[in-house]
Design a protein around this ligand. Sequence first.
Ligand SMILES: Cc1ncc(COP(=O)(O)O)c(C=O)c1O
Length: 532
Amino acid sequence: MSPTTAPALGLLFPAQARAAAPVDTVGIADIDAEPERGDFAIPAEGLTDGQRLRALDRMDGYLTRKRRHLVGYQATQELAGSALDLARFMLSNINNLGDPFQSGGYKPNTKVVERAVLDYYARLWHAGPSYDPADPESYWGYMLSMGSTEGNMYALWNARDYLTRPGAPRPVAFYSEDTHYSFAKAVRVLGVDTFAAVGAADYPGECPLGGDWPAEVPSMPGPSGHSWDGTGAVDAEALAVLVEFFAAKGHPIFVNFNLGSTFKGAHDDVRGACERLLPVFERHGLLPRAGEDARRGFWIHVDGALGAGYAPFLRMAAADPAFGWTPEAELPEFDFGLTLPTRESGESGESGESREVDMVASIAMSGHKWAGVPWPCGVFMTKTKYQLEPPTQPEYIGAPDSTFAGSRNGFSPLVLWDHLSRLSYRDQVDRIRRSQELAEYLERRLRELEQETGAELWPARTPGAITVRFRKPSPALVAKWSLSSENVSTTPGDPAGLRGYVHVFLMPSVDRSKLDALLADLARDPVILGIE
Ligand SMILES: Cc1ncc(COP(=O)(O)O)c(C=O)c1O
């Protein structure tokens, strides 16, 4: 790295200066103070224009400062382009009520734009042609009014109803310990059993991994032999062992995979894990035989809240040298195009005919993370063959009630469409390339900072992820840079082994100058330097 682009921290902050000038926590607190509730109180007589505009200015000032420093969450702040072009749509009360593939009675809707956005992702995720009720291989989906929490919940709902059969054992859900908390919520809301709950209740002492039933599927162990310093990807071998136990007892199986896990940004090897799972499904009759018109007994969902937005471009760059960049880590297939041969056709083969099985049944992605819509939204997608009848067909809205929400945000499709239409695939590759290069840069600079200061920063990065994790600094810095934190147990069962980590997500709105400013703050942070 050249000293002109990345000055050594020692030169910027000699040891004496660091000691003499700890982080100005008072200053940070002043600048970053959240507006007070009283600033926005609405009296019975309303506000004058002056009061109202002053209150809005107060919020604008706060948000402007905070978005400039936001590095700790997977939400890009690179949003300037759309605001002026799209403000005019705020004159319409847009509502994409009901199914996106039928206009419905509420005509001020943007469903045609929503369908264009869905088509865009369907092409990237190999989901087949646009929705056609007569074509089981066509895709169906909709834009979420919440984020991927809604997408994950919808997937689990669809899967639960698809997998439940009268008189048969109940479906069991599997997700890894690095999975977003939306899953713990979704299983509770939908009354779906996890393998941990069914295992503890019905099969105590029988966990095939040994010991007690774990709460979630283990993630890959790291050098310590435990998962806290692992990559954050699911342990596919442990998953297959657990799935086999329940498949053998006749339970239909729901599996979630992560593409860009919440804290470590890890990508599960969806293909590798599916290669391990398909023979299990076959062995236990969860895959209908060729020509049999029956539902399958498994559902594989990909939580691509962050990663489904950039993963197709990582794969494109890896496959085509014309993009001029080879990503450092291979990203295996993860989408609807992932098909695998069955053993009945691949080995001795009763029919002797080759049969490829498509593995992925649904994908969820947030629109406000990688793509950058300035409010929560997202995309849920599945195939028409997995769709179930909506619970109601209300005449009132004139379109099937096939989505989770009733009223749905019709502004989000416009913003996502506007964003996507500004970028070529090459631009998209460049965007993810820049993020990955910045992640490498930050990790390297944190290691240099450790040498400069003698402080332990525990920098870590999962190859291919766009996040870097490191030691949690003072609360003042956590607030200044909106750093999200996580306590990890390095020695299971020993509270003394707890470590506080934070992470930085290298979203398109983060650049080297922000990282250098953060590093400079870290170089004089009392917690990092161990002087507090
Ligand atoms: C992997 C993963 N899944 C799901 C979610 C939930 O997404 P949302 O906040 O869009 O509801 C997140 C949020 O960070 C996430 O990281």
